[in-house]
Ligand binder design. Structure first.
Ligand SMILES: Nc1nc2c(c(CN[C@H]3C=C[C@H](O)[C@@H]3O)cn2[C@@H]2O[C@H](COP(=O)(O)O)[C@@H](O)[C@H]2O)c(=O)[nH]1
Length: 355
């Protein structure tokens, strides 16, 4: 049997080559270059008017306000669990977490629950705790407001905590900072290390017979550290601009809104119908959910990554350098601040620990 010498390609460059392959082989999702051009000018103008930068990361109420060793463990814990917050219940019943008088939904429920646990004296960001804490203790950490659904995919989240906590305790002295110290200031190297050490971060699929990679949570983990430290100290990465957009279910909405992403009529119809069914019948019976790895899911995620790369290149051509991370963060924040407008654009809903 010939030994195949697998040419080692870093995870981040595999994401970019996957996005290009998906874009050139998609049947239902497109990145129209005229839309990209318009989107790039609009987004650039808005980001410049806001002075949007890494400093915006710490401005959020719930993200760590001090860039220190604890912030690194906080970011690792949150990005290990940073997936699938949507639920099919009516808004009044949707999982929510109220902290300091403010009620949070979606991604921010995770941050609120973590900060609440810390305020209650629970060392939730310490791998030596969450690797072995009981299911009941962890369910209590992530408990929702009275009368709301439990946290979506709580069982999967507890399994993720056991996995990543166990690896950190057994191999890295219980701290993600020790793994971070081994990446030699390379973002791509850190993504490789995270994908090698933790199975739950390996966001890889097959598309038309070819392996494709997205590594959404591994990349946003690196990006959050970079942003929190504003590119300095523990957050200094020489190759940070190689990191791509994070293929979630929110930014595609914003990309469609700005005209940089388009769906075929049949895909648009399917997503619209599945959202309606989801609301009427509830998730259990809804035919509409896209199973993880479905071609349409891969097309939406891969083309979202490609669209942001094209927007980035358009901005370069206009003489401004903005990396994919900041474009992504801006679009995600935009989608949350304009949720009413976003309602016009259906999202692809998948039960997945990848995003
Ligand atoms: N592409 C991308 N996806 C992101 C984020 C974030 C949080 N980042 C914020 C924190 C600091 C930064 O400044 C950002 O403002 C969460 N998500 C994903 O969204 C989904 C949750 O949506 P909803 O259910 O509506 O809350 C889910 O897949 C989650 O994994 C991002 O930045 N980019």
């Amino acid at each position: 049997m010939p030994i195949t010498i697998r040419h080692f390609e870093s995870a981040v460059s595999r994401v970019l080559s996957s996005a290009h392959f998906i874009n050139t082989h998609s049947q239902d999702v497109f990145v129209p270059q005229d839309g990209v051009k318009r989107a790039a000018s609009q987004i650039l103008r808005r980001m410049q008017s806001l002075g949007y930068s890494t400093a915006d990361w710490k401005k959020h109420t719930l993200t760590p306000s001090i860039a220190d060793a604890h912030a690194v463990e906080w970011i690792f814990l949150v990005d290990a669990l940073n997936f699938s917050f949507w639920c099919d219940q009516p808004p009044s019943r949707q999982y929510s977490v109220t902290l300091d008088g403010k009620t949070y939904r979606g991604y921010w429920t995770l941050c609120a629950a973590v900060n609440r646990a810390l305020a209650e004296g629970i060392p939730i960001t310490d791998a030596r705790y969450y690797a072995v804490a009981s299911d009941e203790e962890l369910a209590r950490v992530f408990r929702g407001d009275e009368g709301t659904e439990p946290m979506p995919m709580l069982r999967e989240r507890i399994m993720v905590l056991r996995e990543v906590g166990g690896v950190l305790v057994e191999k890295h002295g219980g701290r993600f900072a020790n793994l971070l110290a081994r990446c030699g200031g390379s973002a791509s190297g850190l993504v490789d290390l995270v994908a090698a050490e933790f199975a739950c971060f390996r966001d890889e699929h097959e598309f038309q017979g070819r392996p494709v990679a997205m590594f959404k949570r591994a990349q946003i983990l690196v990006a959050d550290i970079w942003a929190c430290f504003e590119g300095k100290g523990l957050g200094r990465f020489e190759d940070i601009d190689s990191v791509t957009m994070f293929a979630d279910y929110r930014v595609p909405q914003a990309l469609c809104h700005f005209g940089a992403l388009e769906y075929s009529p049949r895909l648009w119809e399917h997503l619209r119908e599945s959202e309606k069914t989801l609301k009427q019948l509830g998730e259990a019976k809804s035919p509409g959910l896209l199973p993880s790895g479905h071609p349409w899911e891969v097309e939406i995620r891969g083309n979202s990554i490609w669209a942001v790369e094209c927007i980035k290149r358009c901005m370069e051509e206009e003489g401004t350098h903005v990396n994919a991370i900041l474009i992504d963060f801006y679009l995600w924040d935009y989608s949350k601040e304009h949720s009413e407008e976003m309602k016009e654009i259906p999202i692809h809903l998948t039960r997945s620990i990848n995003y």
